[in-house]
Ligand binder design. Structure first.
Ligand SMILES: [Zn+2]
Length: 924
């Protein structure tokens, strides 16, 4: 049967997912389509191409950005941004992988999804890059002020501030000398400037063709309308025979390579990685089994391989990882902050430990615990930031583009069952020997710290500079030419009548059980989800770091009933996920905040009773005397923190700035920001005596906090009520009177510059509505949309070359500006300050606000995972907000008029004038 040029290749029910998978092929071009029918209202569409790099110029990454900069049917400079302005999308992105480029979108609105599909299809097949080389200069690289700039160039410069990126680049070269995986698909900053416009165009011609396209449609969507739309684009092409196969890399002789990462001090430790090819993408039994072994060997602080290396002080952390998502999988053993003088000893210790494991036999109890944790994770339907339907689409591609079965990427049950049956056999021990011991193809990369890593200088002749400079000028001229009204009118829009009349309510009940609050939520989760929040608002500001540290230690130190080597096993057997963390929620005013120490877990519903039992044991009887465990944790945290700031600079800068404005942000900064990192560095140098004292203080905090009257227990509908009540009743009672809110202040000047080791910087600027005597309204979302997609985007991203920037107004009264991977932070601050004037000017033309309103709907009415429903409802509960408040904000948003936005300009002026500002950048 032929449907709009497509014929069905195969149809299957997938009972494991309650889904149906239909595979189609487009008859004229050979384009492939997977239609996964599920009952998910949030449907996803994606189109992917195999993109096999033949150098590290990042051509596919630059194409990924560039095809979204205008097309035949949508001749505006930024259809991607125009879509962000006018759609109710729940996911809109594009991603470059090692061997493919994917364009996924999702929406809860069927008409919207078809609109999004149309813009994406026109973008990939008919992009404006052929007529506008300016796009290549904007997104790729250009010559400017004697140096080089460009969005992808700056994005990748930021990426290589992380030693992990340098390590994986060097390892890929060793492992895959003969196929495409030796190249950096995203682009090496030293190679990006070698890319010419001609090669860029040639890559598009070669790879962006329907015969090389893999299309997915997931969830509740109109298949007929989608196929018809697809056929409209695909039929313009003929069939091509190119298959772009990736040759198999045979193992090569072992090599050792030394490379450098940029560090503050040359005394910093080394990163050492040993890695070997493992198997192919379709050998799932082996890939899964090695993942279980990885957890067995290094998955917790008492795992045997990790312990052996830590005990000899050869490194501060050790992990075994499986690298998949490409045609050939590989496995690595990575040592962090290793002693560079003792690498041979590190290697022999790893070998000897593994040999004795094989000889003495694998511990059955540990293996079962690691398997249990792994199978929970593989079956978990909590998809985090990415909607489930998008994540299904990406998972299918993992096998499908190599000619494998797309269902293999999403159906895991039979492989896990087969693996479970092998727990009692010699299978795992044999595999351990085969992969790690009888394998002489392990490659080695040693990454040493250097305070001055060499940066490649690009030298151009005067003639070249003249040409490049004029190209940069024409890029600016092109950027400054506004899109015509006619062009803008091509972007498909919904109307306000397409929207739901109120946001999806959060459904939960509150009651008092034995002196504790209990919240029960309707989440749709198949697992049992539990968040136990203990009020910690009586913690002094100077003690906040202890809360954070304590959370880090809970669940890994031993307890009365479980030694520290046994506890991680029970934890893995019982919980699918278990985390402890402190959380601060906004208070009634900026001066105060709610502060909680939270234990959060997910488990199979039938395990919930055991889970509560074990949680109680951890909370009440942790053995707070293990100094070596605390020291290991501090050292690992200290090493991680060195790179965390440069990797996630916007978050750190915003926290640091916001800490001067509200109590809750001050608390979050002290518990997880730069202040906390500094504290960790200080503590890592403490002697045993001082650490023993610190542990005793944590013990005292634990005894104080984990009582019934401090508890708010928040559970999904899948949690057995008796088990929850039993947990509450089992906690000690302590009828002290507690403050409802803590008061935390961060003392600091309103402007601060913090040096970091990175070629690109970050800015965070914070203010609060309260300090301006204003209240939040839904129209602030429209203001944020305008600033983000016009003023900030064009001045900071397009002209300034920063990878990211934004303005944020939160319902609790927070205001933030930020930039991400920003080559010129001072300039960006100037742009922030000009926002009030910009809005006054912009509103003069009385712009149509419908698009901005539509695009803010997903912020006001976000798509929530089951965990997301729990967290959002808790935040409402703790801040005293209700569904009615959310509906009111939503109506304010929908009713926003020009005058409402204009009235917010003085807020921006005041904010620009009074904002607390933090810059992270290299010190010169
Ligand atoms: Zn990018």
């Amino acid at each position: 049967m032929n449907m709009h040029g497509f014929s069905v290749i195969r149809t299957r029910e997938l009972p494991e997912l309650s889904a149906k998978l239909i595979e189609y092929e487009h008859e004229k071009t050979g384009a492939k389509l997977c239609r996964l029918e599920t009952d998910d209202m949030n449907a996803a569409f994606s189109i992917a191409f195999k993109t096999i790099p033949s150098d590290s110029t990042g051509v596919f990454h630059i194409l990924e950005h560039s095809v979204l900069c205008g097309s035949d049917k949508y001749p505006v400079k930024e259809p991607f941004v125009e879509l962000l302005k006018t759609s109710v999308q729940t996911f809109l992105n594009a991603m470059t992988f090692a061997d493919k480029t994917v364009y996924p979108v999702s929406s809860r609105n069927g008409k919207d999804l078809l609109n999004l599909m149309d813009v994406y299809l026109d973008a990939v097949f008919n992009p404006a890059i052929y007529e506008h080389p300016e796009i290549f200069r904007q997104e790729g690289w250009r010559y400017e002020d004697g140096g080089l700039s460009g969005v992808v160039l700056n994005e990748m410069r930021g990426n290589y501030a992380s030693p992990g990126a340098v390590l994986s680049r060097e390892m890929n070269k060793l492992l895959f000398p003969n196929n495409c995986y030796r190249f950096v698909s995203g682009g090496d900053p030293d190679e990006i400037p070698n890319l010419t416009y001609e090669a860029f165009i040639a890559a598009h011609r070669k790879f962006y063709h329907p015969s090389n396209a893999y299309i997915t449609l997931v969830g509740r969507a109109d298949t007929d309308a989608a196929l018809k739309k697809l056929d409209g684009y695909l039929s313009a092409f003929d069939c091509r025979e190119d298959r772009f196969d990736i040759p198999v890399q045979e193992p090569t002789a072992p090599h050792s390579v030394t490379a450098y990462y940029e560090a503050e001090s040359e005394d910093d430790g080394a990163l050492v990685s040993f890695a070997s090819l493992l198997s192919t993408y379709d050998d799932r039994l082996k890939n899964y089994a090695v993942s279980v072994l990885a957890n067995y060997l290094t998955g917790d602080d008492d795992a045997p391989l990790k312990r052996a290396v830590l005990e000899k002080e050869l490194a501060q952390d050790l992990s075994v990882s499986i690298h998949d998502g490409i045609k050939q999988t590989w496995v690595s053993v990575d040592a962090m902050n290793a002693d560079a003088e003792r690498i041979d000893e590190l290697r022999s210790t790893i070998r000897e430990t593994l040999e004795s494991l094989v000889k003495d036999g694998i511990d059955r109890e540990r293996l079962a615990a690691c398997f249990s944790r792994y199978s929970f994770a593989m079956r978990d339907n909590e998809s985090g930031d990415m909607p489930q339907s998008v994540s299904f689409a990406l998972d299918m591609l993992d096998t499908w583009i190599y000619g494998g079965d797309p269902a293999d990427g999403i159906c895991v049950d039979h492989v896990l069952d087969e693996l479970a049956a092998r727990l009692d056999t010699w299978y795992f021990a044999k595999l351990l020997r085969e992969v790690f011991l009888d394998n002489d193809a392990f490659q080695t990369v040693v990454l040493l710290p250097s305070s001055e890593t060499e940066k490649k200088e690009f030298v151009f002749s005067n003639d070249e500079i003249a040409v490049l400079s004029s190209e940069t000028e024409s890029m600016y001229a092109w950027q400054e030419t506004p899109d015509t009204e006619d062009a803008l009118a091509t972007i498909p829009k919904l109307t306000l009548s397409d929207l739901a009349d109120k946001p999806e309510p959060l459904v939960y009940s509150v009651k008092n059980v034995n002196g504790a609050n209990m919240l029960t939520h309707v989440t749709g989760s198949k697992n049992a989800l539990v968040h136990a929040h203990f009020n910690a608002a009586d913690t002094e500001g100077g003690d906040l770091y202890k809360l954070s540290l304590m959370a880090r230690m809970l669940g890994s130190m031993g307890t009365k009933a479980h030694s520290r080597s046994k506890l991680p096993l029970s934890v893995k057997n019982t919980f699918g996920r278990l985390d402890f963390y402190p959380t601060a929620f906004p208070g009634k005013s900026a001066e105060g905040c709610k502060l909680m120490l939270t234990a959060a877990f997910a488990c199979l519903p039938e395990n919930v009773r055991n889970a509560f039992e074990l949680l109680r044991e951890i909370l009440l009887s942790t053995d707070w005397t293990d100094v070596s465990m605390l020291r290991d944790a501090l050292e690992q945290m200290e090493f991680g923190a060195r790179f965390a700031v440069a990797a996630d600079g916007s978050r750190y800068a915003m926290l640091r700035a916001g800490a001067r404005v509200t109590s809750y942000t001050a608390a979050n900064e002290l518990m997880g920001g730069i202040s906390f990192n500094e504290k960790v560095k200080e503590l890592a140098a403490y002697d045993d005596c001082a650490l023993t004292e610190l542990l005793a203080e944590m013990k005292a905090l634990a005894e104080r906090f984990f009582t019934r009257n401090r508890l708010t227990l928040s559970v999904s509908e899948t949690v057995c009520e008796d088990a929850a009540n039993g947990f509450i009743a089992s906690l000690p009672e302590n009828k002290e009177t507690l403050p409802e809110e803590g008061r935390y202040r961060f003392e600091g000047k309103p402007y601060e510059e913090i040096p970091i080791v990175s070629d690109v910087g970050f800015v965070g600027a914070a203010g609060s509505l309260e300090s301006m005597g204003m209240e939040y309204s839904g129209s602030m979302q429209v203001l944020a949309g305008i600033l983000n997609y016009t003023h900030l985007w064009s001045e900071i991203r397009l002209a300034g070359g920063a990878y990211g920037c934004g303005f944020y107004a939160g319902a609790n009264g927070d205001l933030f500006f930020h930039t991400f991977r920003d080559p010129d932070p001072e300039n960006s601050i100037g742009v922030f300050k000009g926002s009030g004037d910009f809005i006054r000017e912009y509103m003069k033309d009385r712009p149509e606000l419908t698009g901005y309103i539509l695009s803010s709907v997903s912020a006001m009415d976000p798509l929530r995972t089951p965990e997301g429903k729990l967290s959002s409802a808790e935040a409402r509960f703790f801040t005293g907000k209700t569904n009615t408040d959310a509906e009111l904000r939503y109506r304010e948003l929908l009713g926003t008029k020009n005058a409402d936005v204009l009235a917010l300009a003085p807020m921006l002026d005041f904010f620009a004038d009074k904002a607390a500002t933090v810059i992270l950048k290299r010190e010169y």
